[in-house]
Ligand binder design. Sequence first.
Ligand code: ADP
Length: 640
Amino acid sequence: MELSAGRMRKTILMIDDDADQREITRKILGAHGYQFAEADSCEEGLKFTLQYQPHLVLLDYLMPGMTGADFLHELTSNPHYKAVSETPVIMLTARTRNEVNQARLFQMGLRMYLEKPFNSHELINVIENVFALNDMRQRNRELEQRIKLTEYKYQDIIENANDLIFTLNAAGEFVFINRRLSVLTGYLREEWKDRPLLDIVLPEDRSTVEVNFKNTLKGKSRIFEMRIPGHNGRVLYLSTNINPILEHGEVTGCVGIARDVTQRKKLEQEITDLKNFNESVIQSIGSGLITLDLEKRITSFNQAAEEILGWRANEVIGLYLEEALPPEEVQRLLPQTEWRDAKDSSLLHREMEITRKDRKRIHVGYTVSSRRDNRNQHVGTIISFRDISQIKQMQAEVLRMDRLASLGVLASGIAHEIRNPLAGIKTVAQTLEEDLEEGDGKREYLARIIRQVNRMDELLRTLFSYARPQSPVRRPYKLQDIINEVKGLMLQRFERANIRFEEIYAEDLPLVLVDFHQTQQVFINLFLNAIDAMSGGGSLTIHARPVTKPPSRGDRRGKRFHEPQRNGRFAEVRVSDTGEGIPRENMQAIFDPFFTTKPQGSGLGLSIVYRIIEEHRGHIHVESEPGKGTTFSLFLPVEE
Ligand code: ADP
């Protein structure tokens, strides 16, 4: 037997004891391009099959010795022929099929039956069918193999996946669970099976899971987060994706993939905590804080900044700084040079006046520094500032006190020097007056000289007492007693000026701890000024009540600038008139010595009041509205 070179021809082995039949068949097969081999007995046939490994065997059923059935049995069940046991066999027989136990033959692996006599057509047809079937079988087997392999592969992937993979039926109960799920939760797989997914979700998350599951049953895929208890009480955060499982267009359940994001959640939580912490620190510090990006757009604006500048954060975040502050102020505020390296981010400390949203101008002390990212690149600016208007005001007051003190020294010197010669003048004038006759018209001149000298002396005495203030001798008094005394001196003037005098005292007003005479002096000066201010009549009201704290100076905007050392109990005495009021531009000056708006005024009254109150460690505060009236509030120390 030979194989022609080149194209692989299929070999067919015919086993038949009939030589004519073999000859005919050889011709037919040869004509159709098959290689032909022959054997005249089953014994030889088995040998050749093993030797030539033919693609097909044509086997006669009835032969002397071994029958076709015996051949088949040997071929398919004897391990000796294992290598060729799959060779397709076509049985040729002259007998009708009924006489042969066909079923048994097919069980043994017979592929096809062909009854003799057959024509060439029938033979080739059957052979080709068997080859085609064989090919198909072969391919099927390979396919099966391949499917099995892929199945294994997928099963392996699913089983050992890092994600949790599960399927649920339409009732939301577990059907399949991969290993990861039981590893993470510590529950055995059997314990999961048939349990509803909802059972294992933390109660707080159940409604979320339910809504998402229901949506999946409607054919949508869903992503959501849920928490389940892990073993040893840990809570696991699962980022879950569920997709519907469709069978014949109907949703029969869903497949879910869940990723354990507990670690990420923890980090997220830590970041949020840190952010909240930073935010609360920034919000709670007393200084105003504004951050800007590189284009000078406002990126944050804390609570203190809101209070100091009068803008709400949500009004200004995103605006350019120039839109919240006048451009010339921005120019002063920010450094004109670019920030280059880390050394440049040294703070700039300065003071300036700045305009609030309500156009009021306030003094701020501020520092500007560079905001840097983790690579130390300049990415913006941080401005931190405080309202120092009150500090400025206090500085001004200290200055005023200084001025008063040095003026005091000067005044006391002058007063002393002038009072002596004045006394001389007065003595001479009095002597001259006595020398003149009763009816002498010149006596009137001398009387006038003496009156003017007296007035000058009075003025000098005031100046002197101002310059050399006696330290107050403080004793507890009823405020009403002091006012009564003053009222006695003033009543006539009140009547003349058509002024109503009213007093309101709180019942629980404690005794005031003051120098009686100096306090009297205070009220006399205040009342005289009130009378001057109400030329057309009006009312003067005393309103006294106990308070625990003096007000902070100026307005209440900068809440953080209380003066703690002076807190305590006080009697607040408000002296209000309904007079002409004090123009805004004079407010700063009224306590200055010699500041007066009156032709005959000395300008010393209020500066003495101020000084006496300071000596008492009290406070004085003035509010006035031109045309409506003025209120002086005194805070006098009380008996503890
Ligand atoms: P004088 O009364 O001699 O002018 P003061 O020091 O007592 O000096 O007062 C200074 C100035 O303050 C007054 O000239 C007046 O302009 C203003 N003033 C003080 N008290 C009042 C008041 N009750 N109403 C209006 N203006 C006042």
